[in-house]
Design a protein around this ligand. Structure first.
Ligand code: SF4
Length: 133
């Protein structure tokens, strides 16, 4: 089983924050820390399927959520993941008040800029956790 840190975005639909969470997770695991982290589909984890459970139970997780419901953080914990960091995507956008980030399906240039910032933070956290292991 891979010892990679699990980066799990919520599956937020209908708002830019969910899209940003998913894109930031993908950028982090595909481009910034591909050898140290991987992502998982939150819906698959929540099925309770044994194979899905094996992928998360006992592993360090970083979650990204699009709203205060914190579905990714709560779900990862319920499934036995060790949630080391709960990112709230909306907090990243608060630092850039007034920008037009895009919508549920498309990001603007400003939206991608925020996604890049979030992805960089995730990558830094992955590296930090890697040193602790
Ligand atoms: S955290 Fe919010 S945006 Fe994300 S899946 Fe849950 S309800 Fe949807």
């Amino acid at each position: 089983m891979s010892k990679k840190i699990k980066v799990i975005p919520c599956s937020g639909m209908g708002k830019v924050f969910g899209l940003a969470a998913r894109e930031a997770a993908l950028k982090a695991v595909d481009e910034l820390v591909p050898d140290e982290a991987e992502t998982l589909c939150l819906a698959y984890v929540m099925t309770g399927d044994e194979a899905a459970k094996d992928k998360i139970e006992g592993y360090d997780c970083i979650t990204l959520d699009g709203c205060p419901a914190l579905c990714a953080a709560k779900s990862a914990a319920i499934c036995g993941g060790i949630v080391k960091e709960e990112y709230r995507v909306v907090d990243a956008f608060k630092k850039h008040r007034g920008i037009k980030a895009g919508g549920a399906t498309t990001l603007t240039e400003d939206g991608w800029m925020v996604v890049d910032e979030i992805a960089a933070q995730i990558a830094d956290k992955v590296k930090e956790l890697g040193k602790e292991a």
